[in-house]
Unconditional design. Sequence first.
Length: 313
Amino acid sequence: MAAYKLRSAARRTAIQVGSAAAMAGVLAGCAQSANPSASRSASAEVATTKAAPAAAPQSTLRMITNQGHKLAFHITPGNLPAIVLDAGGGEDSSYWKNIVPVLAKKTGSEIITYDREGMGASDPVPGPWKVQNAVSDLEAGLTALGATHDVILVSHSEAGEIATYITGQHPGQFAGAVLVDASVPQFSTDTEIARVAAATQAQVAAIQALKPASVTQADRQLLAVAADYVADQHAYHEATWPAAVPATVIVSSQTPFPTSPPDAQAWRTAQAQFADAAPNRHLLTAADSSHDIPLDHPDLVEAQIEAMAKDVG
């Protein structure tokens, strides 16, 4: 699932669409816990307060070319294995700007963030968005940066789809994952795919009616994702997460659908089904939280990443 934040002179709206599912007109964020041992228990309800960003080594920008387009990767130096942060739909690497310095200081690990095609400093790519192209871009970046084993992958929202495919194709490259209100295959049922496709038609039409100068990067990505959404989501529903890669699953209490109880329940059910599918997966709920857990209360996300690093280290 992705939270696409559409910005123009006339409006600031959020729309849920993307790799695992979407719904028009829903905006979200989330809450977190500073106690990793407590928050890693199954289905635990947690809440916490924000911490001030910690000092950390300065990140560097590296442009990496894949399939003819350039991608911006931001590297904060540290020890391997690397921690890779992947933002949701409509967002770029700046989504993690407050979390990166804290993680770097607490874990001592190398931290990698990046801009997917068409976002941030990365080149746009014309045509429909395809998850395999996004997987190829991330593969190319991690290979060029030497992050080829024991990587900890942190994926929010739409990035869960990328995480599912890349770990499935290269399970030996990843030591674990933290999925933050992320898209999981179990959500993309026939019912939810149809509801999402219908719900986003008006938002897609509204973007298409905008003057070119008013169309944002997030708008363009939404149109690209929506182009082949139905077929892509039917395929995603058949994907599986590799049993060898442990995962911490953080679900927001509001879900990405705070105004749609049926879709919110379907989201919670899918997250629980994913977590229950293997003994090395842990489910927790961020109390009083919206979809944007990393922004609202980063402490929980930081604590779970740090705990994962210790678990797999």
